[in-house]
Write a protein that binds this ligand. Sequence first.
Ligand code: GLN
Length: 547
Amino acid sequence: MARFIFITGGVVSSLGKGLASAALGALLQARGFSVRLRKLDPYLNVDPGTMSPFEHGEVFVTDDGAETDLDLGHYERFTGVSARKTDSVSSGRIYSSVLEKERRGDYLGKTIQVIPHVTNEIKDFIRIGEDECDFMLCEIGGTVGDIEGLPFFEAIRQFAQERPRGQCIFMHLTLLPYLAASGELKTKPTQHSVKELRAIGIAPDILVCRSEHPIPDREREKIGLFCNVRKEAVIAAYDLKTIYDAPLAYHAQGLDQAVLDAFGIAPAPKPNLAVWEDVSDRIHNPEGEVKVAIVGKYTQLEDAYKSIAEALTHGGMANRVRVRVEWVDAELFEREDPAPHLEGFHAILVPGGFGERGTEGKIKAAEFARTRRIPYLGICLGMQMAVIEAARNVAGLARAGSEEFDHEAGVKRFEPVVYHLKEWVQGNHKVERKAGDAKGGTMRLGAYSATLAEGSHVAQVYGTLSIEERHRHRYEVDIKYRDRLEACGLHFSGMSPDGRLPEIVEWKDHPWFIGVQFHPELKSKPFAPHPLFRDFVRAAVETSRLV
Ligand code: GLN
């Protein structure tokens, strides 16, 4: 049966709770334990699938098709454990499930209340799969004191109370602000935040204190004394050059030891940190640098393409180079020639996206990469744009476009080379969608297999003919145009197993031009870079040698 670690935050948001949870997961694995990480988010959206990337950053998709918070991406990148639907929940989902049960009459006429009905629902969620791992790490989104977060805090309090002693611990992240004028670290906000937690019945076992300055021993003692936490369990979290230093840094501060101590696990198994030492070494000692342009729409918020940025870093680590990413706003190319903006980059990546804005610019970027023979990786919408570029500029279909952008019924501006898919096969069953369906959760979501063409570029990159990758889209390249496009040299080198859905396209006589309908970035890990990103960066290194 699992031991539970509940991770909460206080003082301010964005302290890196997700990263701390992920790093702790990695450290427990390094000591030989199995882990699962889980995120409980207080917002009322049923899932982040319908939230704008500007609001909430990237939507991270799991193999089983859940649209989740980007923290699950961190969890996977640090532990290699594939997240599931049951590893992410929001107040919205909890409430909708409670309300559904109420409508069905499951509560037998009782008055439905936050305690116990909502809290029970949360506790049921927490315990899913508890027999499958040694440690279940549950992160609560937001900060203590948020109105929406209260049912979650109450639920974890009850949960720990109901379990045998020693089965659950609480870890709280706070901030120690530094006052330059007096040259002091201030502990008061941490004390208040812990007071707030204790007022709702939760006494933290471990405090992780973010600080820009070294925390002197006497401050640690003071925090311990005022917050009723052992001094060794007051862990410093300093700013890091790279997130991939987090496991080693937290280990050096004693986080994993403090956790094992809190559970009374003695003697503690020795950690094997070789993987993280190698990861750190690769990231800190690059032997060169390449410049990659990401031509996208959500360029103001880097979190919108979090996994892509991380996968490029992993690709760099595999090639021992630093990847310098620059975000280029696709809309720029609708007014200006892309050449002066894209010259000097060693590779171009066009990521996924929704809606028409910026798409003509992305098509220009694909054209630039094709004609200038610059490595190009098109992901999802980036693949669709590359196909439209090929159809318009090479295959002579001047009106080629995507049905996504032809909203007005009756007015057909485009020839739908990319069309709205309403029916497809997942495993052994058929999935159907109708126009006017609710927006949330209605895309082709999660892991699907693809078959790669023998002798193709992608088959060589992957080193296999059968792959499984994660999807999140409504539109597909129409197979109807395959022959015409292949005759021009655009090879449909990856297809769904039934041969109906194009999964990968590549230009035959181009050094490196691949478009994929799925999201390979979601499966890349620092210790196992995704083959497409590894090879894309290798191609960028080659380009950098030519100039
Ligand atoms: N908007 C496109 C579609 O729905 C692409 C989605 C994406 O890039 N994730 O098919």
